[in-house]
Design a protein around this ligand. Structure first.
Ligand code: ADP
Ligand code: MG
Length: 568
């Protein structure tokens, strides 16, 4: 897992700084976290769902099976009792006794009293002719049954229970027929008819409830009792009955109405029909379906929440990562910059030092030349020479100034920290430039915070900072331009000073290089040292220098200085 995880995230880490790779990393982390948290949840929910479903099914099927088993037993008992009664009469009386119509009627009376459901009773001899009859249809006497199927069946099997049929009275009947063979070898058949009201009673006793349905059906699909769902008695069931045997069993099938049903069925012994109990699955599962909908809602909400949380956390993580990468990159750039400054500074200091000696010699020699010239005033070139010497000395002074500043840039100047009023230094520095500003019609505005705290700093250095920045501003503005000086207390640790001009502004290229020593856009007029020296001083005083500039609109240089000097 560890290996795959690292390979999974690894390639994204190699090119960390492009925004696309953060996207890829975010997508990968979200996917991984989602998989890790959702997979167990999903499989758990799946297993739970399946288990619950099968438990529910078992819970429905078991009582259904038991119910059908019990009802089947009642049917068998009912029919067995009736068959035994007929069988008993067939064997208890002789053929002659039974063929006496009055006698048969009397026996039938007793039989009806003891057993409910009998409609009539008839004696049929071995040729299939009805000899005597007790019941409502006297015209049946003499009728010949030898061609009928049931007669062959009873000859063959001994007892026979027919399918349900409509009798003369137009209600459903069942025939029970019993063959008896006397000791003398004579055989006859006793045939009784039962109405099926008692079947309905047994089914009603099953206690099916409002939406249950139970019925008897023959093997060839003819309803033997009324069904709530599939029609009246003697209608044909319009879907095939699943395989059924004598033991009750439950199956799940699709019925003709398109519903999924639990169908419990069992064959009734010694008959051609089966008892069927039907329960419609959606009705039984109704409560489960509502619970399932609730569970699904909770599940989906849970998944959504997990996803959201994962996404939020990952986003947060990526943002942090991005920030820290940017910070690291910034720090590296800053370090490179200071490194560059300090090496150039050292170089400059070396050069300045080396140049100082020849400069001193040039100065000395120029002084000597002037002295010699003073000794011989009659020389015709003396005036010209004096001017040249003066020019040499002026240039040497200028060079000295530059080397002095270069040494300052390289931290060779002494620092003297005092508690000073920055506003006062600003105004004092401004004094140096007032004349030029007036001459060029440049407005110098000040918005200085009156309650600006005095801070520990070096007078000379801070003045140089202000002067450098003001000089640049003055150089940048056209005649009639504006320069605004502000000071304020940024917070309880920092004071801010800004110098804003509406001059030429800087290109991106200039902005990038302005702090580099000797970088100037002013050709001969500039030294390119001002900003690099300023940057070095502000840093040394524990401050911060910020420049905002837009080409042709102006520049604002902001200096942030600490109210308390930090040691080191
Ligand atoms: P110098 O002034 O001698 O050129 P600096 O180090 O003071 O050197 O400035 C470097 C460069 O930065 C300048 O040449 C100029 O292009 C740019 N610069 C500095 N300040 C400003 C400003 N206020 N407006 C426009 N450009 C500026
Ligand atoms: Mg300058």
């Amino acid at each position: 897992m560890k290996k795959t995880l690292s390979t999974f995230l690894g390639d994204a880490r190699t090119e960390i700084s492009s925004p696309v790779c953060y996207q890829v990393l975010r997508r990968k982390i979200v996917a991984l976290m989602a998989i890790v948290s959702l997979l167990p949840l999903l499989s758990l929910a799946g297993i739970n769902y399946y288990e619950h479903q099968s438990a529910m099914t078992a819970e429905i099927q078991a009582p259904l099976r038991a119910l059908v088993g019990k009802a089947k037993h009642s049917f068998e008992l009912f029919l067995a009792e009736r068959t035994s009664a007929v069988s008993f009469i067939a064997s208890a009386y002789s053929f002659d006794e039974l063929s006496d119509g009055a006698n048969l009627k009397r026996i039938f009376q007793v039989m009806r009293r003891e057993f409910t459901g009998f409609v009539d009773l008839g004696l049929i001899d071995s040729t299939g002719r009805q000899i005597s009859y007790a019941g409502p249809y006297n015209e049946l006497i003499g009728r010949n049954y030898s061609e009928q199927e049931w007669f062959h069946q009873v000859q063959f099997k001994g007892t026979y229970v027919s399918d349900v049929f409509m009798g003369f009275r137009k209600f459903p009947h069942v025939v029970i027929a019993v063959r008896h063979t006397s000791e003398s070898g004579k055989s006859w058949v006793l045939r009784a008819t039962l109405d099926t009201m008692h079947f309905d009673r047994i089914i009603a006793a099953m206690g099916l409830g409002a939406d249950g349905d139970a019925f008897l059906v023959s093997r060839n699909g003819i309803l033997q009792t009324d069904s709530r769902r599939y029609g009246q008695v003697l209608d044909t069931l319009d879907f095939p009955l699943p395989p059924t045997n004598f033991e009750a069993n439950v199956q799940t099938i699709q019925d003709s109405q398109g519903d999924t049903i639990f169908i419990a069925s069992a064959l009734i012994t010694d008959t051609e029909f089966a008892l069927v109990d039907v329960k419609v699955k959606p009705t039984v599962f109704n409560t489960w379906y509502t619970v399932r909908a609730d569970l699904l809602f909770i599940f989906v909400t849970g998944v959504a929440l997990i996803f959201l949380a994962v996404y939020r956390v990952t986003s947060l993580l990526i943002v942090r990562l991005q920030e820290s990468d940017a910070q690291r990159l910034g720090a590296i750039h800053q370090m490179e910059h200071s490194q560059k400054l300090s090496s150039i500074g050292r170089l400059a200091a070396g050069v300045a030092h080396e140049i100082n000696n020849p400069l001193a010699i040039i100065n000395e020699k120029a002084g000597l030349m002037r002295d010699i010239l003073n000794l011989q005033p009659e020389c015709s070139f003396s005036d010209k020479f004096a001017k040249q010497i003066e020019a040499i000395q002026r240039s040497v002074d200028r060079c000295r100034g530059i080397t002095h500043r270069m040494l300052g840039f390289a931290k060779r100047m002494d620092v003297k920290i005092e508690i000073l009023d920055l506003n006062a230094i600003l105004l004092e520095t401004l004094g140096f430039l007032e004349r030029e500003a007036q001459y060029r019609n440049v407005t110098l505005e000040t918005e200085l915070a009156q309650d600006l705290p005095r801070i520990p700093t070096d007078h000379g250095q801070i003045q140089q900072v202000f002067l450098n920045i003001l000089n640049n501003a003055l150089a940048a503005v056209p005649d009639g331009g504006h320069i605004v000086l502000r000071s304020w207390s940024e917070n309880d640790q920092i004071v801010g000073i800004s110098i804003a001009d509406d001059g030429c502004g800087m290109s991106e290229e200039t902005c990038k290089h302005m702090f580099e020593p000797f970088y100037t856009t002013k050709k001969e007029k500039g030294t390119g040292l001002g900003m690099s020296i300023t940057y070095g001083i502000v840093k040394r005083l524990g401050g911060e220098l910020q420049v905002q500039s837009k080409l042709n609109e102006g520049t604002t240089v902001t200096i942030l200085l600490p109210k308390k000097l930090v040691e080191g």
